[in-house]
Each structure stands twice: as structure tokens, then as C-alpha cells.
Design a protein around this ligand. Structure first.
Ligand code: C5P
Length: 236
């Protein structure tokens, strides 16, 4: 790490969540966790402290300060809630299941009727809880996988969830995104700026994203130091 680059604390969520139906079945999605793990590794390679909170994936965790494995959205919520306060930046890359079964059968469900209904209930929005519920004041980064109207959906999410940065990718394309080694994303910043990162490996994309987040952390620190020195001068 270069002399002038500061060690920062990152929290990263990655992978899918699994929502059990019975002891052998669950609802989940196609997230491989590759992008989240690439971000954790990129932050680590740049000398930062990383806490990685991951759903079930077939990937080896990089040598981060803390690696926490979770299954369900509720477990991920609790893991984030207990650790987010000490982070300078929190990156929410996990593909959290939006719904979970209302009840989990204790025994394997038998096939009897021709039709069956599964009642689902909403999972908490972990990223959407960061500001008000967890009281997180650091740099908040969300991801958005969209199939249409990328910019308007991304900007809406950025605002609603109180993010400083929203990383959006177009999942209607089969050559990038889910499961792929490559990605192409657009970064939308809360000040209205945007930055397109051309198709590259997920590791290269992750390095660019971490660099952008470092700048946001530095700017936020600079602004709060300036504000407290103005307060100090006014008090004198
Ligand atoms: O609303 P949507 O699911 O598209 O938002 C995606 C972003 O929100 C991602 O950063 C994802 O990690 C986060 N998210 C979350 N908890 C949820 C749903 C999404 O943290 N329950």
C-alpha cells in the first residue's frame, strides 16, 4: 500500500440467499457471488480491512479480516446490522431473495395434490435499512441488476435507498453479469454524475469500483473535517 493511501474498513455482502421451504428445498436465485468476492479481493489488495458477508456460493473466501457465511436474508440482515457501524463503506452486492416462505415445513413435503400453493412474505430490504434503521453514516453502495430502463431504475434505487453510489448492470445480456466472468456496469453517483465502465473482467471492474469508493470516503472525511474546523473557529 502506498504511503498516502489510508487503510479503510469495507463491509461487502455477496452471493444469493436461500429461503427454506422444507428440510431439503429452498428458494434462491442465480447469483454466483463472483462480483461480491471480486470486490472483497480488490479492497483487500488495496490494503483495506474487509468484512465479507456471503450467502451460499462455490467460491473460496479471500483472506479477509472476517468472513461470515449466512443462508437466509434474515441471517444476512442480522450479520450486517451487527457489523455495519464500524465500516467506512458498505457495499451491498448480494442478490437477496425478495420473499421467503411464510412457514418452513418441519418434514419434507410429500407430493399428494396436483396443485400446491406456497405463501411468501417480503424479506427486509437490508440495503434500504442501512440509513434509518442501522443509522449508517458511511459511504453506502448498492447494486442494481436491471433488464430495462437501466438509468431511471438505478437513479430511483439510489435515491430510495439513500446510496452514495449505485452500480447498475444490464442482466438482459447473456455475455455479462450473472455467473459470467465479465461485467459491464454504469456507476450512478448521488451528486448526479455517472461513469460507464466498459466490459472487463469482474476483478478489473471491482478494482475501478473500489477506487471510486475510496475517493468518496476521502471526500466525505475532508468535508466533515472542514465542517468541524469551521465549528471550532466559530466557537473561538
Ligand atoms: O431493490 P433491488 O433488490 O433491485 O436492489 C438491489 C440492491 O439492494 C442490491 O444492492 C442488493 O444487495 C440490495 N438488497 C438488499 N436487501 C434486499 C434486497 C436487495 O440489501 N432484501
Amino acid at each position: 500500500m502506498s504511503e498516502d493511501r489510508k487503510r479503510m474498513r469495507f463491509l461487502v455482502t455477496a452471493g444469493p440467499t436461500r429461503e427454506p421451504i422444507d428440510p431439503v428445498r429452498f428458494l434462491s436465485n442465480r447469483s454466483s457471488g463472483k462480483m461480491g468476492y471480486a470486490l472483497a479481493l480488490a479492497a483487500l489488495n488495496r490494503g483495506h480491512e474487509v468484512v465479507l458477508i456471503s450467502g451460499p456460493v462455490a467460491l473460496k473466501s479471500p483472506a479477509v479480516a472476517e468472513s461470515i457465511s449466512v443462508e437466509t436474508a434474515l441471517e444476512m440482515f442480522a450479520a450486517v446490522e451487527s457489523r455495519i457501524q464500524s465500516a467506512d463503506a458498505a457495499i451491498f452486492c448480494a442478490a437477496v431473495a425478495d420473499y421467503r416462505p411464510v412457514s418452513v415445513a418441519e418434514e419434507k413435503i410429500k407430493k399428494t395434490a396436483d396443485h400446491m400453493q406456497l405463501e411468501l412474505t417480503r424479506n427486509p430490504d437490508i440495503l434500504g435499512s442501512a440509513r434509518e434503521q442501522f443509522g449508517f453514516r458511511g459511504i453506502l453502495v448498492g447494486f442494481a441488476a436491471e433488464t430495462n430502463d437501466l438509468e431511471s431504475h438505478a437513479r430511483g434505487k439510489l435515491r430510495r435507498k439513500g446510496c452514495d453510489l449505485l452500480v447498475a448492470n444490464d442482466v438482459s445480456r447473456s455475455d455479462i453479469g450473472f455467473g459470467s466472468e465479465k461485467n459491464e456496469v454504469t456507476l450512478f453517483f448521488s451528486d448526479g454524475d455517472r461513469l460507464h465502465l466498459a466490459c472487463a473482467s469482474k476483478q478489473e471492474i471491482a478494482e475501478e469500483v473500489i477506487r471510486e469508493i475510496e475517493k468518496l470516503i476521502e471526500d466525505r472525511k475532508g468535508a466533515s473535517e472542514k465542517a468541524s474546523s469551521i465549528e471550532l473557529n466559530q466557537a473561538e
